[in-house]
Design a protein around this ligand. Structure first.
Ligand code: CO
Length: 170
């Protein structure tokens, strides 16, 4: 009997906690709606702030980035690892839709003097950050290209097999 009472009490406590949580969520939603209606939101719509990380495991933390046509893209690449630029360099390179990722990757591997950006393939590159070592950050700004799906990659030798993703302009 004692056990049964405890179970009942626990059930009441749980349901009470739930209703409090719901109330909090409703308040939060209300606040978000207010912010969306504020005029300052219009200014923010013109800029897509994107942050992407590269790590010592040779990976980006995002495989898809979405922006809207007409937006200015402010993209920050953070190398969150500790390894040096010589062994685990990362950059973020956005390719045109007709670019061949393997061809760019192979040419880039031979372009160490040019920060792994092949100078004879810049017509296939829309935008790119600097090559970074662990702990470094670079921010670039560019206009979102025409709607469609593009490829982004890291051009450090051998990295694009794992370090690539889709850049979608809606
Ligand atoms: Co890399």
């Amino acid at each position: 009997m004692k056990k049964l009472l405890f179970v009942c009490f626990a059930a009441i406590a749980v349901s009470c906690g739930d209703s409090k949580k719901e109330e909090k969520e409703e308040i939060k939603i209300g606040t978000q709606t207010e912010i969306k209606e504020a005029p300052s939101e219009t200014t923010d719509e013109a800029v897509a702030n994107v942050t992407i990380e590269g790590n010592d495991q040779m990976k980006f933390n995002k495989s898809v980035i979405r922006v809207k046509a007409g937006q200015k893209v402010k993209l920050t690449l953070k190398h969150v690892g500790k390894m040096g630029i010589e062994v685990m360099g990362h950059n973020w390179v956005l390719l045109t839709q007709d670019a061949d990722i393997a061809a760019v990757g192979q040419a880039a591997a031979l372009a160490k003097e040019d920060d792994y950006i092949p100078t004879d393939m810049t017509d296939q590159i829309i935008a790119h950050t600097k090559m970074l070592g662990g702990g470094e950050t670079d921010t670039i700004e560019f206009e979102a290209p025409a709607p469609g799906t593009y490829t982004f990659m890291c051009t450090f030798p051998g990295h694009y097999a794992l370090m690539k993703g889709e850049f979608i302009v809606e």
